[in-house]
Structure formats: C-alpha cells, structure tokens
Design a protein around this ligand. Structure first.
Ligand SMILES: [Mg+2]
Ligand SMILES: [Zn+2]
Length: 227
C-alpha cells in the first residue's frame, strides 16, 4: 500500500506542552506590568510580535533559574510516539511556534531523549532568545518582515513553503495563530480556543485531548486513503 505523505504543522505551547511556557516565564520572572500588555493584546490593540517585543524586556532571570523552570514543563506523554510515527512514515513534521527556541529545544530534547534518528530531530520554527547576563534578547527569524498578520513567527508563510511536495497538510494546535493555518489545511486537529474559532468559522476540525487522539486520527486517515 502506498503511504500518503503528510506535511504536519504542530503548535508547541498548550499543544505539545501542558502549559504556555512564555506566559509561565512572564508570571514568574517579569515585572507585573506584563499583564497590562497582555490585556492590550487580548483587546486586539497589539500584534503577537509587538506584545513579545514589549513583554520580554520585562523579564529578569538567572539562566539557571530559568532552566529549572524549563526542566519542570510537562510534555504530552504520547508526543514521542507521534514523532516516531511521523519519522517511520516519512511525514514532514514541523513545529511552528510564537514561543522561544531556547526552551523549545531543551524541552523537546528531554521529551524525546528515549528515541533515535529523525524522531528526535524535529525542525523548529520559533522566535529567538538569547541571554545577555540576566536579560533576554529576542529576535524573529521567521518572516516578520514580509508578514501582514503581525505574527511573531509567520506560520502562514512557513505553511506555504513547507507543504510543497506533501499530498495533504495537517494542522495541530490550540490557539489563534493556528487558525491562520486551519483555514487552508486539509485536516485540522484542534483543542481549546482553536476548536471554538474553527466552529465559528465553519472549518471542519477533529477535537483532540492529547496525542493519543492525534495518533488515532492520523492512522484512520491512512486507512481511508485509496489512490
Ligand atoms: Mg498554542
Ligand atoms: Zn504572518
């Protein structure tokens, strides 16, 4: 049987992890005024990119303290199995995130330490974070210049670029930045806010609670594919 090649676009915060890491870092280590900036973002007054540009300079933390928090972030227990399935079937699996590469790489390395080969080398497209003493310096390496949406990481631009060559595109996510992809994806796996946005816009989506559900949906998709 021919294996259908998928391009799978997966969000990170609240999708692979149980929490939003950026928000947790801000709660723990930022000046409390980060919350007012968050309110402005929720009210639509600031873009995702602008909000991070304003919030992250409010963070003061020793790298050791930050690493301790990063080491405690819980990952979906079935994500590793999902990464293996993608590697075995040669699906393109891409993590697209408005979060920061610094902790995404650390968290993935820990979560995938038991696996081998391409299962543990998932391409990550996220914002950049470096420490200059105890201050965070951030960057937006993925297309903020050409982005019309105000993204921190332009997920739609990456989607267009990376889906080439795949037979079907799959989006897995929970938030507003994933909605931009859900509109054009062949299959959407959604939870929380994304599920509601999809319902409101009439976009078909499969609800998922954890990656056990994602594995099941992808396997069903393969079984039903005849070409
Ligand atoms: Mg998310
Ligand atoms: Zn964009």
């Amino acid at each position: 049987m021919q294996i259908m090649k998928l391009a799978i676009f997966c969000d990170f915060d609240d999708t692979i992890t149980r929490i939003n890491v950026t928000d947790t870092v801000l709660e723990r280590f930022a000046d409390p005024s980060w919350r007012e900036i968050q309110e402005d973002w929720l009210a639509g007054k600031l873009s995702a990119r602008e909000v991070l540009q304003k919030q992250m300079p409010l963070v003061t933390v020793e790298p050791g303290e930050l690493d301790a928090l990063i080491d405690s972030v819980e990952v979906d227990p079935f994500f590793g199995e999902f990464a293996v399935l993608c590697a075995q079937n040669k699906h393109g699996l891409y993590i697209l995130s408005d979060g920061f590469d610094y902790w995404i790489h650390k968290i993935l390395r820990r979560a995938l330490s038991a696996y081998n080969g391409s299962a543990k080398n998932i391409p990550v497209f996220a914002c950049g974070l470096n420490f200059e003493r105890d201050k965070a310096a951030i960057s937006f390496p993925y297309f903020p210049q050409g982005c019309i949406h105000g993204c921190a990481t332009c997920k739609p631009a990456l989607f267009e670029r990376l889906k080439a060559g795949a037979e079907k595109s799959v989006v897995i996510g929970d938030g507003l930045s994933d909605l931009l992809l859900a509109r054009n994806a062949d299959l959407v796996l959604a939870k929380n806010g994304l599920r509601e946005f999809c319902d409101r816009e009439g976009i078909a989506s499969h609800a998922f609670h954890d990656f056990r559900d994602v594995l099941q949906t992808i396997k069903t998709l393969k079984e039903n594919y005849h070409d």
